[in-house]
Design a binder for this molecule. Structure first.
Ligand code: ADP
Ligand code: MG
Length: 251
């Protein structure tokens, strides 16, 4: 008797899909035919050395930089090509950067509420929910300068996630942090991201970070994605000598 479970091959529309993105600066392709797709609930790390085009790729997806060619789809709907462009503020994309500062003159709670829509009660409930999840509810009426760097980073994460973005773009979000704190914050961030229904594209130049956080790694070099797959596969079956060197370089 065949006891294998029935397999339903279902085509799931990716939350984010980019197709054949190209961007030149001074005649040089810094993003050179990049394609990727990410499902909701999945973390993909765009991993590669400094200058390989990671941030430019992220800025194009965020809508603050234009591509020369290629398309971006969210839940199967075209949001940007060379003729048509949904403005950044309507893309439902959350952003988090290394130096993505909190507003110093707003309380922690108001920082998280910034950009939220709806009734005062609904906003308050969402702010409390997120601050509780990053374990900082006690600081809701405090101010950013009263928090440590790691705590500020957790508030920034709560703020980015508050409007329930369909996509989270994170550019080296932990590189400003103390080594000592980094692993803990990576793990906390990952578990919070996993609870939210969002697709995450996280940029890093650190293999260790990608190995720790990614469901999938896209290895980038010279504007191109040279290898893509599960962390274990990318690590154990590097595509070429340069990939071996990159992974064994201890930065
Ligand atoms: P990464 O994030 O991987 O370090 P970037 O995407 O920031 O790489 O940059 C890729 C390349 O594009 C670099 O050589 C950088 O100098 C160049 N570049 C990025 N933005 C601009 C710009 N606005 N004008 C000219 N060159 C740029
Ligand atoms: Mg960068």
């Amino acid at each position: 008797m065949n006891t294998a479970p029935e397999v339903h091959l279902m085509q799931v529309t990716p939350r984010l899909e980019i197709r054949n993105l190209v961007r030149h600066f001074s005649g040089r392709a810094v993003v050179d035919d990049v394609s990727l797709s990410i499902q909701a609930g999945q973390v993909t790390c765009l991993l590669g050395p400094s200058g390989c085009g990671k941030s430019t790729t992220l800025r194009i997806i965020a809508g603050v930089e234009m591509q020369d060619s290629g398309e971006i789809y969210v839940d199967g709907t075209l949001i940007c090509d060379t003729h048509f462009r949904v403005p950044p503020e309507r893309r439902e994309i959350g952003l988090m950067f290394q130096d993505f500062a909190l507003f110093p003159h707003l309380s922690v709670g108001d920082n998280v509420a910034f950009g939220l829509k709806g009734s005062k009660e609904a906003k308050r409930a969402r702010v409390e929910e997120l601050l509780a999840r990053v374990d900082l509810l006690r600081f809701i009426d405090g101010f950013p300068h009263q928090l440590s760097g790691g705590e500020q980073q957790r508030v920034a994460l709560a703020r980015s996630l508050a409007p329930k973005p369909r996509i989270m773009l994170m550019d080296e979000p932990f590189s400003g942090l103390d080594n000592r704190l980094r692993d803990g914050i990576r793990d906390e961030t990952l578990s919070l991201l996993k609870e939210e229904d969002t697709a995450v594209l996280l940029v890093t130049h650190e293999p260790e970070e990608a190995m720790r956080m990614a469901d999938e790694i896209a290895l980038m070099r010279g504007g191109k994605i040279v290898q893509q797959g599960a962390p274990y596969n990318v690590y154990t079956r590097p595509v070429d000598h340069a990939a071996v060197a990159f992974f064994s370089d201890t930065n």
